[in-house]
Design a protein around this ligand. Sequence first.
Ligand code: ATP
Ligand code: MG
Length: 326
Amino acid sequence: MIEVEGLTKRYGRHTAVDSVSFHVRKGEILGFLGPNGAGKTTTMRILACYLPPTEGRARVAGFDVFEAPLEVKKRLGYLPETPPLYPDMEVTTFLDFVAKVKGVPGRERKARIEDAIAKCRLGEVRFKRIGYLSKGYRQRVGLAQAILHNPDVLILDEPTSGLDPKQIIETRDLIRGLGGDHTVILSTHILPEVEMTCGRVVIISKGKVVAEDTPGNLTRRLQGAGALRLEVLGNGAAVAEVLRGVPGVLAIHPRPAGEGLAAFDVEAAAGQDVRALLARAVVQGGFGLLGLSQVGMSLEEIFLHLTTTDAALETGAASDTKEVSA
Ligand SMILES: Nc1ncnc2c1ncn2[C@@H]1O[C@H](COP(=O)(O)OP(=O)(O)OP(=O)(O)O)[C@@H](O)[C@H]1O
Ligand SMILES: [Mg+2]
């Protein structure tokens, strides 16, 4: 439903989006995750035909965003980072105006507006002026205008920003409910959002895609390559020597330990369980094995790891456990 191939956007010498490629299947909800300035909004604006790409191409429902923007806009609803709302208009008047602009046929208009009001729970403020609404309600109006013409594809730029916890949960439920019928891309830097709402996540950092998978797989894949925490009775340098000789061990990081003790975080190659080998090496080296445990990574830590180092998942890079356990 959405195909992005080698998309690049340069502002002068600054590359905001750098050869980004990903696909979204019909009915899928894709989370677009990245820190501030990663290029999320820029990518979404290109998809919504508001910005031409410098290179590469993007297709929505089979139409090129650059060559056939009218066809794309018919099938796409867009919630911008700051929705352009008319503060003097009442909610229903505004939605009626948007429906006309979007070319919703007169006989369908009323039903479409009512549906959007119901889905975005705007009933109690429908006759209020937009300028008098709280930020959360204004965000809902933004969402209502995006879904008004019942588009196949929804591009939502930080749909829950500025909402209170109750509204966040309601909006997440709403978005989850839109999946299936609609294909959705939503951007966020809030991790629970993608875990709870999205079937798949694309992580973008400094304009580049650094990972793409289901939230569950991302966690599992990096946990497989994650760290083991080891506590040993013995001399640190001597123990380190032994650990380095274990096949599958990529790196070891010393940790603070008490008198006569040594502690390490051990990075192993992706998909290799080196626990048994480590235990045997320690014991055969004549040291006392006091503890050996897996250090799990939350999606939060994975995100930090992927967006603060150059490591990509594809290289099977393991976590820097000193960084994530701090
Ligand atoms: N019109 C512009 N002119 C010059 N640089 C721009 C322009 N718009 C965006 N940029 C730059 O492009 C980069 C990506 O910005 P973008 O808004 O896409 O990031 P983002 O991932 O949406 O960040 P945030 O989480 O803060 O919304 C940033 O470095 C930004 O400063
Ligand atoms: Mg943004």
